[in-house]
Design a protein around this ligand. Sequence first.
Ligand code: FAD
Length: 376
Amino acid sequence: MKSRALVLGAGFGGMELSTLLSEALGEKADVTVIEKGDAFVFGYSKIDVMFGRATPEAVRLPYCNFVKPGVRFVQETITAIDPAARRVTTTGGTYEADFLVVALGADYDLAATPGLAEDGYEFYSVAGASRLREVLPAFSKGPAIVGVSGFPYKCPPAPSECALMLHHYLAMRGVRDACEITLVIPLSSPMPASADLSADLVAAFSERGIKLLLGRSVKALEPGRKTAVLDDGTELPYALYLGVPKHQVPQPVLASGMAENGWVPITVRTLETRFPNVYAIGDGAATGMPKAGSFAESAARAVASSILAKIKGGEATPNSGTGSCLVEFGDGRLGWADLDFLTGPKLTSTYHPPSVEGRAHKVQFGAKRMARWFGL
Ligand SMILES: Cc1cc2nc3c(=O)[nH]c(=O)nc-3n(C[C@H](O)[C@H](O)[C@H](O)COP(=O)(O)OP(=O)(O)OC[C@H]3O[C@@H](n4cnc5c(N)ncnc54)[C@H](O)[C@@H]3O)c2cc1C
């Protein structure tokens, strides 16, 4: 009998893992991918949508094009996970497997920040970015806050990118002088894993008059007073609040007993959970590394290698903990840091300073995955 693999979620991690198993086993693979959505959207496309650079329809990559030998795509919502039995219940039925991989990403807990749903705008979902697309053209004066409500959160430099994009968006409309921009992030620098990228971001904020508050997060919005309250008690007035809500694993993962403090503990080199042949990859796994698509992919490579070693024998290649963080500076330039957490004894970071040519790197990043996963 073939070994059955059940992959929960078709994001960066789930699609890369399924693709690798399909490449290695072809029709002999027995992979079922369960995903509630009908299309994939790159995280960074949400920034494009909110600033009107792309329509919500244009950034959708329908899963009907995700077709791989030996891989079955099922569009259903997962409602329960029993990791001990490797059994999953969905809106369409029950599935069991020899290998279970949780790749369900992270959900947003808007209610954890009182006032956010009522008077703020989150920009981390397609729905939130689409709402902002309608709201931003009407914003032309007063204080804007880009605020983060918890840690860890996806793509650590994305709030910095949002603040820079907002600056240029307002400048292009000729209203920047009538607006203030404050960025509130819980980190000690805009991108702690890359001192060079952080330094360039801090310089860019300073040049553009963007106020940066580090080491703090937004605890609540008080809509009546149009005031954001930070965790150290600081109060900031806002006319427009752009927020990153608190993150945690999706509800079925929380209810499964796999998560601790909102995230799934794993062995960082193997991505194994405490349940035999159950792995967690991507944003939902407590790796201590940035929550970014490229890190979900390096985890997927390690899990594919582990599953293949268990099926066919041989040594598994451990997680390299590699990935890159791309940042648009809003003026047409893009910089990025290639990070490697686990290959050597300590983190190494290779920095590519912002340049107009750097944008091609992001275009290639997207094109490579569209070709690999969707045959586009
Ligand atoms: C604004 C922004 C900018 C970003 N920029 C970058 C960038 O430039 N580079 C980069 O590498 N990363 C970037 N990211 C981060 C990146 O999008 C995530 O880290 C990445 O998507 C994580 O991959 P994943 O496989 O863990 O989860 P996801 O890609 O989120 O996939 C999880 C999947 O699980 C599905 N799912 C969840 N719950 C259920 C359920 N109950 N039943 C069925 N299916 C379910 C979801 O629909 C989803 O498709 C950005 C993120 C944001 C928000």
